[in-house]
Design a protein around this ligand. Structure first.
Ligand SMILES: [Zn+2]
Length: 65
């Protein structure tokens, strides 16, 4: 049994939302947390790789011209 953080109603752990008030359970946020962190890390990696590509293109252009 999980307790609803919104109204305090006891809900079975199988449910992802409170049948009394309709609020989503805290377990959903815990599951979403690591996924968001991973995507954030991927965004940083994409930024770094894009900067490296831009710098390498600038070097290539400078060498050719
Ligand atoms: Zn509730």
């Amino acid at each position: 049994m999980v307790r609803c953080s919104n109204c305090g109603n006891n809900i079975s752990s199988n449910l992802t939302y409170c049948p009394k008030c309709g609020a989503s359970l805290e377990t959903d946020n815990i599951l979403e947390g690591p996924i968001k962190k991973k995507s954030h890390k991927k965004q940083i990696l994409l930024l770094i790789t894009s900067v490296i590509i831009i710098i390498s293109i600038c070097i290539l252009v400078a060498l050719n011209f």
